[in-house]
Design a binder for this molecule. Structure first.
Ligand SMILES: Cc1cc2nc3c(=O)[nH]c(=O)nc-3n(C[C@H](O)[C@H](O)[C@H](O)COP(=O)(O)OP(=O)(O)OC[C@H]3O[C@@H](n4cnc5c(N)ncnc54)[C@H](O)[C@@H]3O)c2cc1C
Length: 396
């Protein structure tokens, strides 16, 4: 049996669901499949407890998809990005640099939202769109392409013919492999713990990265929980160190977490389960194939520094939406232009985040001192500081 759609999306992660809502809102017939069912409650088994800081340029993409009006009431503005160096012999803050969004515009840098809530709201939006179907529990297993169409075989044996396949099936993308597209991968031997904390002192809409060794310890503002200030934490360390942290009792974990946060928020109290994420950087050799486009983590992965990952994915989506025309959807010209517009920009961001991550991992004291000196130097030059802020949020 063969069905026909305009756009087949393999992968209903946050990026795939956003793409389905965006193309559905633009009037295309879309089918999105994913072997896993999205978890839409914070306390449910398998909930994605990460948060996403959506930077300014992502908001129009979410607005066009009819998503932003659903997300805005839950979004926590990020006004200041604070970088704290705690790389001296003792775990104390030895220098602090604030990057204030007010230096660039009257808008915050971005808005932070929990990933489980994104899934809930994205699914609700898709249910409003008559031409969008989401089928959880089904994988895209095989792919055959020809000049006029991509034919995707699903796990239940159905064959779907689409004018465009969007491969949003994550970093181990099966669709990318079926297209014969290779990736370049950078490994750090590093993992991240993601969880929520409450704390004594208010966060004042400041996102704080504390650098010592092993990777950054980042706190991103969330709405208060029962009247107590709350933040999302991403704590990056070497794989063995993360494994050790996971085996600690709650009391020991809290002690180590409070040492690592240098007391900057008063006492931190863990307010969720711990989830663990392996850290790599990766870029596919091409983002286009016959009748197919790679997007999001199927195309690129970066360590969670500077809130780049999903924002790069929404930038992919913006270019795809800009290029899509009913008469030329998925043709070679559209897809070549997509690759040409996105690949060089993504390559630069992957290289930039790779460099920042390696600097943050440094454990030798002279390297940590050199890192602090470099940050001081960049920060003290106003045009460089503003340029870095623009580059970081993807502002033109
Ligand atoms: C700790 C951490 C913090 C982060 N914080 C931020 C942040 O603040 N801002 C930001 O922009 N980014 C952030 N990121 C990055 C962001 O979370 C990712 O970019 C994003 O979640 C990846 O989305 P995705 O949809 O591409 O991939 P995934 O979430 O991996 O989704 C891929 C989907 O494809 C499905 N799939 C797999 N195989 C198949 C198949 N054969 N057929 C169909 N479907 C398939 C999977 O089940 C999965 O649901 C962070 C990342 C980490 C690790």
């Amino acid at each position: 049996m063969r069905e026909t759609v305009d756009i087949m999306i393999a992968g209903g992660g946050v990026a795939g669901l956003a793409a389905a809502a965006a193309f559905g809102s633009a009037g295309y017939r879309v089918l999105c499949v994913d072997p896993a069912a999205p978890v839409t409650e914070s306390t449910a088994q398998g909930a994605d407890l990460r948060t996403t800081a959506f930077l300014q340029p992502s908001v129009p993409v979410l607005q066009a998809a009819g998503l932003w009006e659903r997300l805005a009431p839950h979004a926590m503005p990020l006004q200041v990005m604070r970088i704290v160096d705690a790389g001296g012999p003792e775990p104390v803050a030895r220098s602090t640099h604030d990057f204030d969004a007010a230096d660039l515009s009257d808008q915050p840098f971005g808005w932070n939202l929990p990933n489980w809530l994104l899934r809930r709201e994205f699914l609700a939006r898709m249910a409003e769109l008559p031409d969008v179907r989401f089928e959880p529990g089904i994988a895209a297993t095989d792919l055959l392409t020809r000049e006029s169409e991509a034919i995707v075989t699903l796990g239940d044996g159905r064959r779907i013919a689409a004018r465009l396949l969007l491969a949003a099936d994550g970093r181990h993308s099966r669709m990318r492999a079926a297209l014969g597209i290779n990736v370049q991968t950078f490994r750090y031997g590093q993992k991240a713990l993601a969880f929520a904390v409450t704390h004594d002192l208010p966060h004042d809409n400041v996102s704080t990265e504390i650098h010592r060794s092993g990777g950054p310890f980042t706190l991103v503002p969330l709405p208060d929980r029962d009247g107590t200030p709350c933040s999302a934490v991403v704590w990056m360390e070497s794989g063995p160190e993360i494994a050790r942290l996971q085996t600690l009792s709650d009391t020991r974990f809290d002690e180590e977490m409070n040492t690592r946060s240098c007391g900057l928020f008063g006492r931190l109290q863990r307010a969720s389960a711990l989830t663990v994420w392996p850290i790599i950087a990766q870029i596919a050799d091409r983002f286009d194939g016959e009748r197919s486009a790679l997007m999001a983590e199927a195309a690129h992965v970066v360590p969670p520094i500077g809130a780049q990952g999903l924002n790069m994915s929404l930038a992919d989506l913006k270019v795809l939406l800009d290029l899509a025309r009913p008469e030329t959807l998925g043709n070679a010209g559209m897809l070549r232009t997509y690759h040409q517009r996105r690949w060089p920009e993504v390559r630069l961001r992957v290289a930039g985040v790779d460099m920042l991550n390696r600097a943050s991992m440094a454990s030798a004291q002279p390297l940590r001192d050199a890192r602090a000196a470099a940050l001081n130097a960049f920060y003290s030059l106003r045009p460089v500081r503003h340029g870095l802020m623009r580059l970081g949020i993807g502002m033109r």
